[in-house]
Design a protein around this ligand. Structure first.
Ligand code: XIL
Length: 319
């Protein structure tokens, strides 16, 4: 992050409040987070609707409050990213079961008036809408799409912006990092929203890559959005490799992975409207990848002994 700052960018990480206690995972985690990745923080799970607002009258503030407190401790600006409001996953049953448009809109308004307003001075960005697209670029099924129709993105952005106008609102998704059907769908949506004057400020490229097959046209895809004046951060970067046994990767694969980390960081550096890069945890043993895709892992820049991998060196070199 210190190197990124010299270019006006940040390097950040996803984390959890329990990761910040110093005993889970322990070791050098907190030191490394503070030294290397504290340009930006995203709550890996504790800002999601099911975690922070599981029933209509219940709010769990402790997790997000702890992450925000960690950010506030810094003398320098830490870009805390709110994650996430409108999504098809990790959303509580009371929302998913709604069928009445007015009821769903008022639930979102209530959520925004409580959650976004509470963090309005802390969150620079919010993933207002997460993962709205199918792979073919059409709108994915969700309670939001079903109940509010295809205008749901505009409706949601307006409701959230009205509650907390200082927060930059983003649409965040994966597999839009290359020029393909999905990113074309996102581009069409972004253009339409901007034409209609909707409060959309950024498109998040999640950037969950497979070593050796990250899209080589990521800079071109990014530029399609930044040409519209939108910011495009990399929001959830990790690069998985094949692993055996105890998350063991080959050194050949780790070299390919390092190259992908280098490309990702360089792409951000080369585009004025990419504010920075956030990794989705930086320490292999607590990455979400092995549980998502068994047989794959070692996706972050630090290994199980808290030693920097070639991926870390490649990020440094790119900066
Ligand atoms: C993942 C978390 O890392 C896991 O701990 C959780 O079990 C599932 O969600 N896209 C997103 C993130 O926007 O919120 C997801 O995070 C990873 C994919």
């Amino acid at each position: 992050n210190a190197l990124a700052k010299q270019h006006g960018k940040y390097i950040g990480t996803a984390t959890n409040s329990f990761n910040l206690l110093g005993n889970n995972p322990g070791g050098a985690y907190l030191d490394i987070l503070r030294r290397e990745f504290k340009g930006a923080l995203t709550a890996e799970n504790e800002g999601k609707w099911d975690a922070i607002h599981p029933t209509p009258d219940q709010y769990n503030w402790a997790g997000m409050d702890a992450i925000v407190a960690e950010a506030r401790q810094s003398p320098e600006k830490v870009f805390v990213r709110g994650h996430t409001f409108v999504w098809h996953a990790q959303t509580p049953a009371y929302i998913n079961q709604m069928t009445d448009p007015e009821q769903l809109k008022s639930a979102l308004r209530d959520h925004a008036m409580n959650v976004a307003v509470r963090y309005k001075n802390d969150w620079t960005y919010l993933d207002a809408i997460n993962e709205p697209l199918n792979e073919d670029g059409t709108l994915r099924d969700s309670v939001w799409h079903r109940v509010l129709g295809e205008d749901y993105l505009e409706i949601a952005l307006n409701i959230i912006h009205e509650a907390a106008p200082s927060i930059k609102l983003c649409i965040n998704d994966y597999n839009i990092e290359g020029v393909n059907a999905k990113s074309k769908g996102m581009l069409a949506i972004a253009k339409k929203l901007l034409e209609r004057g909707a409060p959309l400020h950024c498109i998040g490229f999640e950037s969950h890559f497979i070593a050796g097959s990250m899209p080589q046209d990521i800079a071109a895809s990014m530029q399609q959005f930044t040409d519209l004046g939108l910011e495009v951060p990399l929001t959830e970067l990790d690069v998985r490799v094949r692993v055996t046994g105890n998350d063991q990767a080959s050194s050949a694969d780790l070299a390919v992975q390092a190259n992908d980390y280098r490309t990702a960081v360089k792409t951000c550096l080369d585009n004025r409207l990419c504010p920075g890069v956030t990794v989705w945890q930086f320490y292999d043993p607590i990455s979400w990848i092995p549980s998502l895709t068994p047989g794959w892992g070692a996706a972050t820049p630090y290994d199980a002994n808290f030693l920097p991998k070639p991926a870390y060196e490649a990020m440094r070199e790119a900066l």
